[in-house]
Write a new protein. Structure first.
Length: 77
C-alpha cells in the first residue's frame, strides 16, 4: 500500500459526529440563553443591575468543569 494513499470511510459512518456536534451546540446555546434569562430576571426582581463577583465566577467555572467531566464519563464502560 502506498503511503500517500488516503483511506476514506463512507460518509454515513461519520454522520453521527455531525449530529452530535449540532445537538450539543443547540442544547448548549439554549441552556446558556436560559441561564442568562434567569439571571436578568432575578436582577430585575431585586431592582439591582446584574453583577457577578470574581468568586462567583470561579465557582461557576468549577461547576461547569465538573459537569463536563461527568459528561465525559458517560462514554466509559
Amino acid at each position: 500500500m502506498d503511503d500517500t494513499e488516503i483511506i476514506r470511510q463512507p460518509e454515513a459512518d461519520n454522520f453521527w459526529k455531525t449530529k452530535t456536534l449540532i445537538f450539543g451546540g443547540v442544547l448548549g446555546a439554549l441552556v446558556g440563553v436560559g441561564a442568562a434569562f434567569l439571571l436578568t430576571k432575578r436582577a430585575e426582581q431585586q431592582g439591582k443591575p446584574l453583577s457577578i463577583s470574581t468568586g462567583k465566577g470561579v465557582q461557576l467555572g468549577v461547576l461547569i468543569a465538573g459537569l463536563l467531566r461527568s459528561i465525559l464519563s458517560l462514554g466509559e464502560g
